[in-house]
Design a protein around this ligand. Structure first.
Ligand SMILES: CC(C)(COP(=O)(O)OP(=O)(O)OC[C@H]1O[C@@H](n2cnc3c(N)ncnc32)[C@H](O)[C@@H]1OP(=O)(O)O)[C@@H](O)C(=O)NCCC(=O)NCCS
Length: 257
């Protein structure tokens, strides 16, 4: 899908670029602990200005201050016993920065936020192709089990549960409120977690509010209709709708743009 080219005023563009360049450098050049960089960046974004002595802050302000530091917070996936704690810890500062940025006054500004998320994505995910475009409030589980091909677009409020692994191909579009899972629980024993990987082929479109269950493969150029629940593999070029999702049409490969 083609998007309009949009930009801010010259000074804002310059400041956005400088902010991202400096931030990327300080997160990756090994001179500072990324946790410290994230803490200071979030302080700057949310509260602006230089940091006060913590002893001079009210108790509530101290709690806010602690919350900016990835070492003082936990996320839901950290409680899962199948987590690779080392792999998660390596990317946790970047994950926290992404999520807190999204909830900050800056998160809604796509001119800055697309570049911001594109800068962080390779630090978090298993692999990321070219032209990765991600809108606000996207969440995932581990990050290190998630890979994206080229030209992937992810819209608002998408959940990518990569506990068992999710592979997303090239030219894929995930619409608002899509959920893709790669874990489930045994029906008799909730403690038994099943983590079959889920694959989304090239050219797939998963439309608004659809859910793809763990272990399924959505074949190349398939389309999942609004609110569908994919419980079984989807054949290439098939359009599926409903719950459980069933084929209603098959695209003609010769008519593809
Ligand atoms: C999947 C979709 C594209 C199918 O559109 P289509 O090819 O024009 O199909 P039709 O409208 O001819 O529908 C075929 C049948 O499936 C039904 N159907 C279509 N979408 C459905 C849905 N999401 N859930 C349940 N049934 C659906 C139709 O009622 C019709 O049933 P009928 O034959 O009994 O009348 C469309 O329903 C859809 O979900 N679009 C989402 C919007 C979109 O494109 N989002 C992309 C954002 S990036």
């Amino acid at each position: 899908m083609t998007y309009r080219e949009l930009s801010a005023q010259a000074l804002a563009e310059q400041d956005y670029d400088s902010f991202l360049t400096e931030l990327q450098k300080s997160l990756t050049d090994g001179r500072r602990d990324p946790n410290d960089v994230v803490r200071d960046t979030l302080f700057d974004i949310y509260l602006r200005g230089s940091q006060p002595e913590i002893e001079n802050l009210s108790l509530g302000a101290r709690v806010v201050f602690h919350n900016f530091d990835p070492r003082n917070i936990t996320t839901e996936p950290e409680y899962y016993t199948d987590i690779d704690a080392k792999l998660y810890a390596e990317r946790k500062p970047f994950i926290w920065l992404w999520q807190m940025f999204d909830h900050s006054p800056l998160g809604q500004n796509a001119l800055l936020a697309h570049r911001f998320r594109r800068m962080l994505a390779p630090l978090i995910f298993r692999s990321v192709g070219e032209n990765f475009k991600c809108w606000q409030f996207v969440e995932w589980s581990f990050g290190y089990n998630l890979s994206f091909g080229n030209n992937v677009v992810i819209h608002r409020n998408v959940l990518l549960d990569d506990r068992g692994g999710i592979d997303i191909g090239d030219d894929v579009s995930l619409s608002d409120y899509v959920n893709i899972y790669s874990h489930s629980h045994d029906v008799y024993d909730i403690h038994k977690v099943l983590t079959p990987p889920t694959r989304i082929g090239n050219g797939v479109r998963i439309t608004y509010h659809a859910t793809v269950l763990a272990g399924t493969h959505v074949g190349d150029h398939a389309m999942v209709g609004t609110s569908a629940v994919v419980t079984r593999d989807v054949e290439p070029y098939h359009i599926v709708v409903g719950s459980p999702a069933k084929t209603v049409k098959v695209k003609d490969p010769n008519s593809m743009a």
